[in-house]
Design a binder for this molecule. Structure first.
Ligand code: PLP
Length: 395
């Protein structure tokens, strides 16, 4: 059997602390490693595989497009691109789309949109108000918008123009608005930050702040979009509409795609302002289109709500049976986290794999779960059983 960790050590940049498992195949919520062991996948590529592994609808669309036409460039009309754009626009509050290849690029596009809006409408204003504990990506501008200093310090100077204020603190955001401000960028649930929700009043306050000062409200829905939180988009929970929205992760169900969506007010790009060689190519858009259509036709966000409630209730029961070992359970739909304390969370993660369960540690004390949106009752219950088994093993 090939020693894959040795290959990584020899050939790959030393960039990730990987788990000691090599996954080789998957089917729905289940994956198998190269030793034939089976795992219940409660992470799905970090909230990416919306329909689980190898969903037949997605597989069929990919295979069909692969044997027809992969790539043409944006010099030509791209029907698959427009079909996906239509699906997203007709099912959101936004009016136009630009496709890229990742979440970070969706944020780069978002940043350019806000800056151009400021240039055109706010006398050259370019500052974007961003939040503590935020995660927006790893490219140089998206990492500047990200809060974690460890992601930035070896790569300074960071691009300027980001003003950071405490998350969930409306007064701080209000105080930060000035003549150079062009927009506000926020996650409605901070995914990488530990699954922390923005408050209702806060988000409505940010919307009003943007309206009162002619700023753009930009949402990073890279992790929360496409049904994950129990609505098609997380902003639907808040009774507001964004001006700009970044998408990626679940959008392609495992294919690399990101998107930046805008309303007409924020549709400031003209030919030459932006581009992407691969962004929105026929192959990726056909696969993503099948995923998004399936999510919409089956209203999978409703299942995300149901299964999310089932998991939260199950976690509370497990905690009660184990001396209240779980100190916090949070999240919406199927973007969930629970706290065990730093030491226990580390042990839990390692032992979960031995119990055939895939989750991840999203903050020192916290375990994150982001199962497939089509998770069944039986799979949710099996996951809870494996969580309980894991917990019993470390207490
Ligand atoms: C994952 C993530 C990103 C970055 O996406 P990449 O595809 O890794 O570049 C940006 N914002 C949020 C909220 C994310 O969860």
């Amino acid at each position: 059997m090939t020693d894959w960790p040795a290959k990584e050590k020899q050939y790959y940049m030393n960039t990730f602390n990987r788990l000691p498992v090599t996954l080789v195949s998957g089917d729905g919520s289940w994956v198998w490693d190269d030793r034939g062991r089976r795992y219940l996948d409660f992470l799905q590529g970090i909230a990416v595989n919306a329909l689980g592994h190898a969903h037949p609808v997605q597989v069929k669309a990919i295979a069909q497009q692969a044997t027809t036409l992969l790539h043409t460039s944006s010099l030509f009309h791209v029907p698959r691109q427009y079909e996906l754009a239509e699906l997203l626009v007709e099912n959101s509050a936004l009016d136009r789309v630009f496709f890229v290849n990742s979440g970070s690029e969706a944020l780069e596009t978002t940043i350019k949109i806000v800056r151009k809006y400021g240039k055109l409408n706010r006398d050259g204003a370019y500052e974007i108000i961003v939040m503590t504990n935020a995660f927006h990506g790893r490219t140089i501008a998206s990492v500047a918008a990200t809060a974690n200093p460890h992601y930035q310090e070896d790569f300074v100077p960071m691009p300027e123009g980001f003003v950071r204020v405490p998350f969930n603190d409306l007064a701080a955001a209000q105080a930060a608005v000035g003549p150079k401000t062009a927009g506000i960028l926020v996650e409605l649930i901070q995914g990488e930050g530990g699954v922390y929700e923005a408050g209702q009043d806060y988000v409505q306050g940010l919307r009003a702040l943007c309206d009162d000062n002619d700023l753009l409200l930009a949402l990073d829905e890279v992790q929360t979009g496409i049904g994950r939180t129990g609505r098609f988009f997380a902003y639907e929970h808040y009774g507001i509409q964004p001006d700009v929205m970044a998408l990626a992760k679940a959008l392609g169900g495992g294919l690399p795609i990101g998107a930046c969506m805008v309303n007409e007010r924020a549709a400031v790009f003209v030919p030459g302002d932006h581009g992407s060689t691969f962004g929105g190519n026929p192959f990726i858009c056909a696969g993503a289109g099948a995923v998004v259509r399936h999510v919409i036709e089956n209203e999978l966000w409703k299942n995300a709500t149901q299964q999310g409630e089932r998991l939260k209730a199950g976690l509370a029961d497990i905690s009660a049976r184990h001396g209240n070992a779980i100190t916090d359970i949070r999240g919406k739909g199927l973007l969930l986290a629970f706290d065990l304390g730093e030491e226990r969370a580390e042990k839990f993660l390692a032992h979960a794999l031995e119990c055939g369960l895939i989750v991840n540690r999203v903050a020192p004390p916290s375990i994150r779960m982001a199962p497939a949106l089509n998770l069944t009752d039986a799979e949710a219950d099996e996951g809870l059983a494996r969580i309980e088994k894991t917990l019993s093993g470390i207490l």
